[in-house]
Write a protein of this length. Structure first.
Length: 371
């Protein structure tokens, strides 16, 4: 674990996570910005990144979607927001590692925003947990109760809520963090030119999980069960669907969900991050060993967060694919894929050393790790 936060993690999880917001003063006392507004603007010109400019002039809101060729949209009180920065910058990925007390599969991405004085995106609600880390400058944040909210959309692409009575009203300085659970309205207004780092999380809803199940079933060549009713009896009306028939239909879905094949495919789909790694010059296992023996290290691709599950101790789920390895190495794999880097000594702890080298040779050749 690389967590280095000025925070009692156990107390935070028990008291605040998904329960209520809180301000964590001086949470990252050593934090310095690894990006400025000019570099952020450069990222907003990249088509691979989702970016927006949200501005307000004379009480009129506007939303401009990137990628940007110029920044003429930055008028009045404006904010530039860029999503998924952790997949492009090593420093951003390292920042995300500070929050690895939350499981990988729950992590979404890092959004960085720059705003001028008076700017914000208006009072709004997020359907996910978020840590708001203050970089340079300062912002005033107000957080309200999740009850009695009225939604509105002042312009297409911008969802807000009506003003609320704050339960938290604070000013964040560099290194401070505001944690906000899902559904709690919040509104940030910049006091001085400001960078904000939003560490966001994901929580699939029933619609998304249903889509996962449908996608899984469409890939199955065998084992698909169809409704049968060999014990059909005479009904009082052909329009009536009996309770037993309805239960049988629902049970077909339960059987599909409880199948181990779906569990494995669900983990595979949860690991999908939309990463497009550069394919390295292929190496073989012997060459990899020689490099590590000479002092080289393996570094994980920025933003890459693999998944493991004890039910499938020979599977590494990564970016929508499965890499197999010896189940003997499962405990060590849990450790290695969570480290910032891997050296020869780490590999030597493997119960099946040959297998661990073969596994990471595959991962290097696919671009998820590099020497």
């Amino acid at each position: 674990m690389t967590t280095v936060l000025n925070l009692d993690i156990t107390v935070f999880l028990q008291t605040y996570w998904q329960k209520k917001p809180c301000v964590i003063r001086n949470a990252l006392p050593d934090f310095t910005d690894f990006i400025d507004e000019h570099e952020l603007a450069g990222l907003a010109m990249e088509p691979e990144l989702d970016s927006r400019v949200i501005s307000k002039q004379a009480e009129q809101w506007s939303v401009q979607q990137g990628p940007f060729e110029d920044f003429s949209a930055c008028q009045g009180q404006w904010t530039l927001l860029v999503q998924g920065v952790d997949r492009f910058l090593v420093e951003a990925s390292e920042l995300m590692d500070r929050f690895n007390f939350i499981p990988n599969w729950r992590v979404d991405d890092l959004m960085i925003s720059f705003a001028v004085p008076g700017a914000g995106v208006g009072p709004h609600v997020d359907q996910y947990d978020v840590f708001l880390l203050q970089g340079k400058g300062s912002r005033r944040w107000r957080v309200g109760s999740p009850e009695g909210l009225t939604n509105k959309q002042p312009v297409q692409g911008l969802c807000q809520v009506d003003n609320f009575t704050p339960v938290i009203d604070c000013e964040l300085q560099p290194g401070d963090i505001l944690y906000i659970p899902p559904g709690w309205p919040h509104d940030g207004v910049t006091l001085s030119d400001s960078l904000t780092y939003s560490i966001g999380f994901r929580a699939p809803d029933q619609v998304q999980l249903g889509n996962y199940l449908a996608e899984h079933l469409q890939t199955q060549l065998t084992g698909i069960k169809r409704y049968t009713d060999p014990d059909l009896t005479l009904s009082g009306s052909p329009a009536e669907v009996s309770a037993n028939e309805l239960d049988t239909l629902k049970n077909l879905l339960h059987q599909a969900i409880d199948n181990n094949n779906f569990s494995q495919n669900l983990l595979t789909m949860l690991s999908e991050q939309g990463i497009d790694p550069d394919i390295n010059e292929p190496v073989d296992s012997q060459t990899l060993q020689e490099h590590l023996a000479s002092g080289a290290k393996l570094i994980k691709l920025p933003g890459c967060r693999p998944l493991l599950n004890q039910q499938f101790p020979d599977c590494l789920f990564i970016n929508g694919e499965v890499i197999n390895f010896s189940p003997e190495n499962y405990p060590l794999m849990c450790q290695l894929v969570s480290q910032a880097d891997i050296n020869r000594t780490d590999m030597a702890a493997a119960p099946d050393e040959l297998d661990i080298f073969c596994t990471f040779t595959t991962l290097v050749n696919k671009g998820y790790w590099e020497l």
